[in-house]
Write a protein that binds this ligand. Structure first.
Ligand code: SAM
Length: 330
C-alpha cells in the first residue's frame, strides 16, 4: 500500500524537481548531456570537478558588460545587477598581469578559472565590446594563452548616435592553450571564396591549400544573413532576453573549435544559445547562469533545439559584390 507521503500529487513532485538545479538534459541520439547550474560562475567553477581536472575542451563566454543592462526581465528579483561593480572592480587594467589567484577584478577572476580548467588542446572565446577588449587580451597573454584570432562580429543595427561613429561590432577573442595542439575543424564552416562567387576565377578551383576547391575558411569579420543582433521579429528571439547571440555565431565557434563528444562550457549562459548549439552538435555542455529564471528558460531552449538549419552553412558566400564573371565551363 502506498504511504501518505508516497501518494503526494504527482504534479507537485514534478514541479519541485523541474525547479531544481543543477539540471541535466540528456542528448539521447549522441549520448551526450548538458548540465545547467545556477549561481555566480566564480563559485560554481571553483568547485566543478571538470574544472579541477582540466577537462574543458572549449569555453565560450559572453559576460555581463557592466553596462547597467537589465538582466531581470523576468522580474524574478534574483538577477545579476549589471552595475553593481565599479568599473575598476569589474576589470582593472592595473590588475591584468597580477599572479594567478590574486586578481581583484571580476573579469580576471572568472577568466582565470576558465583557463585553469582548459585541456592543452582547449580554446577560450570571449565576446566583449570595445570597453574591455584590450585589458582582456593583455590578461590572457599574461596567463600564457596564445591569441589565435581577434575576430569581429559586425551587425548593422547598432545604437543610433550623432556625436560619434555608430558602434556596430563586438569582439570575438579567440585564444588557445597550446597552438601546436589546439582543436581546429574548419570543414563544416567553410564558405565559398570571393574568387568563385564574384570573379569566376579558375585559380580557386585548383588551389593547393588543403581546402576543397572554391572554398575558404571564413574571414575574421563576421556578418551576413542571420548574423544580425537578435531583436524585433527575429525567429530566434527569446522573450525577456535582450542579450541573445545569433545561433550562427555559436555554430561557427563550436563546430570549428571542438569535436563531437567534447566538453563545452559557457559561464554566462543567458538565454542558452551556447547550450542549444553545443547540444545540437553532439557536444557535452556545462552552463552557469546567475538568474534562475534565465537558467530555466535556457534549459527549455536547449531541449527544444535550434531555430536555424545549419545544413546550408558549408559553402555559403559572404561576398558583398554581385557576380562579375561567370565561372569557366569545363
Ligand atoms: C550577455 S548575457 C549572455 C547572453 C548569452 N550569450 C545568450 O546568447 O543568450 C550575460 C548573462 O550572464 C549572467 N551573469 C551575470 N553575472 C554572472 C555571474 N557572476 N555568474 C553567472 N552568470 C552571470 C546574466 O544573468 C546574463 O544572463
Amino acid at each position: 500500500m502506498p504511504t501518505k507521503t508516497a501518494s503526494k500529487p504527482a504534479s507537485k513532485t514534478r514541479a519541485r524537481s523541474a525547479d531544481a538545479f543543477p539540471r541535466t538534459i540528456r542528448n539521447t541520439p549522441a549520448g551526450t548531456k548538458s548540465v545547467v547550474h545556477v549561481g555566480d560562475c566564480r563559485e560554481i567553477l571553483a568547485a566543478l570537478p571538470e574544472v579541477k581536472r582540466q577537462q574543458l575542451d572549449l569555453v565560450f563566454a559572453d559576460p555581463p558588460f557592466n553596462w547597467a543592462r537589465d538582466y531581470d526581465r523576468h522580474r524574478s528579483g534574483d538577477a545579476w545587477d549589471d552595475k553593481k561593480l565599479r568599473d575598476d572592480e569589474y576589470c582593472d587594467r592595473r590588475d591584468a598581469d597580477l599572479p594567478l589567484g590574486q586578481s581583484r577584478s571580476f573579469t580576471f577572476q572568472w577568466i582565470d578559472l576558465c583557463i585553469s580548467g582548459l585541456k592543452d588542446t582547449g580554446s577560450l572565446w570571449i565576446n566583449i565590446p570595445d570597453d574591455w577588449a584590450a585589458e582582456i587580451v593583455v590578461h590572457c597573454k599574461a596567463r600564457g594563452l596564445s591569441m589565435v584570432n581577434w575576430c569581429v562580429w559586425h551587425f548593422r543595427f547598432g545604437q543610433n548616435t550623432t556625436s560619434r561613429f555608430i558602434n556596430s561590432k563586438v569582439h570575438a577573442l579567440y585564444f588557445c592553450k597550446d597552438p601546436r595542439k589546439r582543436t581546429w575543424n574548419p570543414d563544416p564552416i567553410l564558405e565559398t571564396s570571393d574568387r568563385r562567387a564574384i570573379y569566376g576565377d579558375p585559380r580557386t578551383e585548383s588551389k593547393q591549400d588543403g581546402m576543397p576547391p572554391g572554398l575558404r575558411v571564413p574571414m575574421d569579420v563576421w556578418y551576413g544573413p542571420y548574423w544580425g543582433r537578435v531583436q524585433g521579429n527575429n525567429k530566434e528571439r527569446r522573450n525577456k532576453h535582450d542579450n541573445q547571440l545569433p545561433e550562427v555565431y555559436l555554430h561557427r565557434v563550436i563546430a570549428a573549435t571542438s569535436n563531437p563528444g567534447d566538453l563545452v562550457l559557457d559561464p554566462f549562459l543567458g538565454s542558452g544559445t551556447t547550450g542549444v548549439i553545443a547540444h545540437h552538435l553532439g557536444r557535452n555542455f556545462i552552463g552557469t547562469e546567475f538568474s534562475k529564471a534565465n537558467a530555466t528558460t535556457a534549459c527549455e531552449r536547449i531541449e527544444r533545439g535550434p531555430v536555424r538549419d545549419f545544413d546550408g552553412v558549408r559553402g555559403e558566400s559572404t561576398a558583398i559584390h554581385p557576380r562579375r564573371r561567370a565561372p569557366k565551363a569545363d
